[in-house]
Ligand binder design. Structure first.
Ligand code: M1P
Length: 268
């Protein structure tokens, strides 16, 4: 299925070399938690011959590998910059860059208090369905899901609809903010069944420091940074990078809209 891995000019030799396009993953390059289409990969490949491309997703790299590549293609071959967990895990041209750790930042003691509170709170919730993995511990954040991360696609849709009506996630986030007012954490509802928890400031703008650092690596200064995302509204996990003064933000309604805007913007 996947195409798009290939030979590309070095970053400093691309026709529009001072431009980079950054894409959110779920709802922007792919339908939520599903695979990318061959048409999208083809377009990204064409775009990569013009300028640098990268993705910036909240999920960890393993999930982006599942969604954007196949077992025989590596996601890090398909993009110049891979920013997993908002850029807390960053890879440039296949080579890992400096990463940062949630647990080092917060400390074990505070983390356990948070995890115990969440598990205690969720033990009292009754939902249409509960599955497994209620807290997913990642490098740069934790992801908390009242239904559990092992929910099927159908169960995800069911939870999302139930949550819209009953505000399960919003109410849990409010309880966390009240319980841990001095933790310096941001709670971000970016997907269908969960929310991300990370130190304030470690949102998707975190990856821009890696984009800026390119100047001292290859000499390329990215003066134009396009960002494409589907959750650009306030409270959405694309909002900060979308509205950052360093980016030109494009709010999209889904992968087809992303393709349309890319084609129009770059005359592809
Ligand atoms: O990329 C958006 C979000 O995707 C997933 O959310 P959910 O499982 O709730 O649909 C998660 O990986 C989340 O971390 C991420 O922000």
């Amino acid at each position: 299925m996947a195409s798009g891995a290939g030979v590309y000019p070095p970053l400093e030799s691309r026709p529009v070399k001072n431009t980079i396009c950054l894409f959110d993953v779920d709802g922007t390059l792919t339908p939520a938690r599903q695979a990318v289409s061959p048409e999208m990969l083809q377009l990204l490949s064409q775009l990569r011959h013009q300028c640098a491309i990268g993705f910036v997703g909240g999920s960890d790299l393993a999930k982006q590998q599942e969604q954007l590549a196949t077992p025989s293609t590596t996601v890090t071959d398909l993009f110049d910059f891979c920013f997993a967990e908002n850029g807390l895990t960053a890879i440039r041209l296949g080579v890992p860059m400096a990463s940062n750790s949630f647990i080092q930042w917060l400390g074990e003691d505070k983390y356990q208090k948070l995890a115990n509170f969440v598990l205690g709170y969720m033990s009292k919730l009754t939902l249409p369905k509960k599955r497994g993995t209620f807290i997913e511990y990642r490098n740069g954040m934790v992801n908390i899901s009242p239904i559990g991360r092992s929910a099927s696609v159908e169960e995800r849709h069911e939870f999302e609809a139930y949550d819209k009506e009953h505000n399960i996630r919003k109410t849990l986030v409010a309880a966390l903010k009240k319980e841990f007012p001095d933790y310096g954490l941001t709670y971000s509802i970016g997907g269908q069944i969960s929310f991300d928890v990370f130190p304030t400031g470690w949102d998707k703008t975190y990856c821009l420091q890696h984009v800026e650092a390119e100047k001292s690596v290859s000499g390329v200064e990215y003066t134009t940074v396009h960002f494409f995302g589907d959750k650009c509204f306030e409270g959405g996990n694309d909002h900060e990078i979308f509205s950052d003064k360093r980016t030109i933000g494009h709010s999209v309604t889904g992968p087809d809209d992303t393709m349309k805007i890319v084609k129009e913007t770059f005359k592809l």
